[in-house]
Design a protein around this ligand. Structure first.
Ligand code: PRX
Length: 655
């Protein structure tokens, strides 16, 4: 099937028994309810899905827009909602987490044990002086302990900030400092693909850089037993801290707006922003979307392959499934170890029924399966699957079709979920028992989400015509502010010309017939590489901070078959433009430099050297030309304003 045929294919919604949202009429009814009374709609769901200590009396408070508040006078505890209430309802013996380690070892933990462990952890945090409102940074391996620490923070009202284990010491330090964390929780090492990788050593380096004086304690989870340095005044073993702690801990009842977590993400300019989320509104959407988007039922085995260092891991590992009392798989390793059949084997072994992963993973596993029959999904029993999900980047129709046919056996609907760190949970997505699917389209807004496409002045754009993706009304799980920078929050997400709409930062188009949304990509200088979000400016600053070598740098994205987008850097060195082996050597040096500054995920794939960068006469770098050069396109654009046209030729050749 050609890409175009696939794109035009409308696949009827799955016929699911007792679906949570059964059919388009049920979907339309929910949308109508939300349209009729947005506040009443969300308030009803907040009462149904969450257990409140003190009921709220008001849904949305817009009085300080765009600093919206939801359910503000209600109190609750997130970990109570994720753990205690299930144990109280007789689900104590139900498996909460099936953890599979990198080496294949499996550990199960039921709700009663998870609650007990969370309480001991919470007591251990308190014993070290961590209290409500304090920030705790996690730099952890994928583990049951990672989830436990997040839940324990929620239990005592501490705000967690998880930093993905692939970020560098420098990035970690910046986040610890910005959050003013009182504690860092880490592991000695993480084990991925059979190899131990340092975590504690990176924390040591981060703290040694200075500026982390707020950190009183570093808690270390012993994962690998690898050698680490020990700073007696500050470092504590997590198991020792927990061992004598009681298995009960009264939850700290917090207001619905209490910050549950801050998660750093890249913006188009400057340093990463600390996206601050609430407790009540966030948890509502986490639970609601986990139930409706995945049609999650009590007997499902849910597996989201994300890392807890990203928002997907927060919402669809730590919070959503647990808030519903589900059984979920948590995986420490990588999809290609010991071979590229790992995901399929795990689905088979654990009888996974709902599987949620990223297009990059699918694309790389397609390649592997096509070149090696022994890891082809047909070699595994995937009959337990009933729903598939995709997240983080656009899924191209060819990958969609393969996922549908080879993993879903042609019978499992794929929910292509569009959302962002800032949105807390799904925004535009099919609901599997309701929405007919179109490969490559995230289809329709989740009921209650007022997604729309507008022009630069906030005016509606007709279907069939592209524009800017916005959300016209506040929703419960939206970002509350940027940690410590409310002005940046306002200017990034609520620019004055957009009439108070939330600006997502993506372009989109709605199909003229179906009204279905397709995301066309970021409209700012944010790249999406393997579903990881990266600011071009961040990478540029990292490059130019290599002051010994680099005079100037510009970074753009170009399409890449596997990773979606690839990072392409154009660099002017202080010395002469290198060629041949010399160019290769310096490119490697610069890649390693970026890995050290930000993390390996930010390493540019292409580095091209020039004597200069293409600039306008006023000195502005012409990025649109660089994008064309990066793609290997002929320059057809107007270059009459270009100061130095010859440089384009040079950059096009230097690869
Ligand atoms: O560009 C969109 C893309 O990922 C961005 C959000 O990245 P992040 O905050 O890291 O969150 C990723 C996990 C939710 C969006 O602005 N994106 C995310 N999901 C999709 C997507 N693009 C197309 N289709 C999607 N399903």
């Amino acid at each position: 099937m050609s890409t175009n045929d696939a794109k035009n294919r409308l696949i009827p919604a799955a016929d699911i028994r007792d679906a949570h949202v059964p059919g388009m009429s049920a979907y339309n009814e929910l949308v109508a309810q939300a349209d009729a009374n947005h506040d009443a709609y969300w308030s009803r769901l907040a009462r149904e899905f969450l257990s409140w200590r003190t009921p709220f009396t008001k849904g949305l408070d817009e009085s300080q827009a765009p600093f919206f508040k939801w359910f503000e006078d209600g109190t609750l505890n997130v970990s109570y909602n994720c753990l205690d209430r299930h144990v109280e309802n007789g689900l104590g013996d139900k498996t909460a987490i099936i953890f599979e380690a990198d080496d294949g070892q499996v550990t199960r933990i039921n709700y009663r044990e998870l609650l007990a462990r969370t309480c001991r952890m919470a007591n251990a945090l308190k014993a070290r002086g961590v209290k409500k409102g304090d920030r705790v940074v996690l730099y952890m391996s994928m583990s049951i302990e990672g989830v436990v620490v997040m839940q324990a923070c929620a239990r005592i009202g501490a705000t967690h900030s998880v930093v993905f284990g692939g970020f560098s010491a420098q990035s970690l330090r910046d986040r610890i400092q910005d959050a003013g964390a009182v504690m860092v929780v880490t592991a000695d090492e993480q084990v991925r693909g059979g190899k131990p990788l340092p975590l504690k050593a990176v924390v040591d380096d981060a703290i040694a850089m200075g500026g982390c004086e707020s950190v009183a304690n570093v808690l270390v989870y012993r994962r690998s037993g690898g050698a680490i340095h020990w700073h007696a005044a500050r470092d504590r073993w997590l198991h020792e801290e927990m061992q004598d702690q009681p298995e009960t801990c009264e939850p700290e009842w917090v207001g619905a707006e209490h910050p549950l977590f801050v998660l750093y993400t890249s913006g188009s300019t400057g340093k990463p922003k600390g996206v601050q989320h609430s407790s009540g509104g966030y948890l509502l959407h986490a639970a609601l979307t986990t139930q409706w988007t995945f049609d999650l039922k009590p007997n499902d085995v849910f597996w989201c392959t994300a890392d807890i260092g990203w928002v997907t891991g927060h919402t669809y590992i730590t919070y959503g499934p647990l808030a519903l009392g589900a059984t979920e798989v948590v995986f420490e390793g990588v999809p290609t170890f010991p071979d590229a059949g790992r995901f399929w084997k795990m689905i088979q072994d654990h009888k996974v029924s709902i599987f949620y992963t990223a297009p990059t993973a699918i694309r790389s596993l397609i390649k592997a399966a096509e070149s090696n029959e022994s890891v082809h999904p047909r070699r595994y029993d995937l009959s337990s699957l009933r729903i598939l999900g995709s997240v983080g980047e656009p899924i191209n129709p060819a990958a969609w079709e393969w996922y549908h046919e080879h993993i879903g056996g042609g019978r499992c609907p794929i929910v292509d979920t569009f959302w962002q760190t800032e949105t807390g949970g799904h925004m535009i997505t099919p609901l599997p028992g309701a929405t007919p699917l179109v490969p490559g389209s995230c289809t329709l807004p989740f009921p209650g989400i007022a997604a729309a496409i507008v022009d630069e002045m906030g005016g509606d754009v007709p279907n069939g015509q592209g524009g800017i993706l916005v959300v016209k009304k506040p929703w419960p799980s939206m970002i509350r502010t940027i940690w410590g920078d409310p002005e940046r929050f306002k200017s990034s997400y609520f620019p004055p010309e957009l009439k108070g709409y939330y600006l997502a930062g993506d372009g989109a188009i709605r199909d003229a017939q179906t009204g279905y949304f397709t995301i066309t990509g970021r409209i700012d200088d944010v790249l999406n590489v393997s579903g990881h979000r990266m600011g071009t400016m961040e990478i540029e600053s990292a490059l130019v901070s290599c002051t010994a070598l680099v005079a100037e740098a510009a970074v753009v994205g170009r399409p890449d078959e596997t990773t979606g987008e690839a990072i392409c850097a154009f660099v002017v060195l202080k010395g002469p433009r290198p060629r041949g082996d010399e160019a290769k050597k310096i490119a490697t040096e610069l890649r390693n430099w970026v890995a050290k500054e930000i993390g390996p995920i930010a390493k540019p794939k292409d580095i091209r050297f020039g004597d200069n960068l293409p600039k306008t006469r006023s000195g502005k770098i012409m990025r649109r030309l660089l994008r064309a050069v990066a793609k290997g396109e002929a320059i057809t654009q107007d270059i009459s304003t270009l100061e130095n046209p010859a440089v384009l030729e040079q950059l096009a050749q230097s690869n």
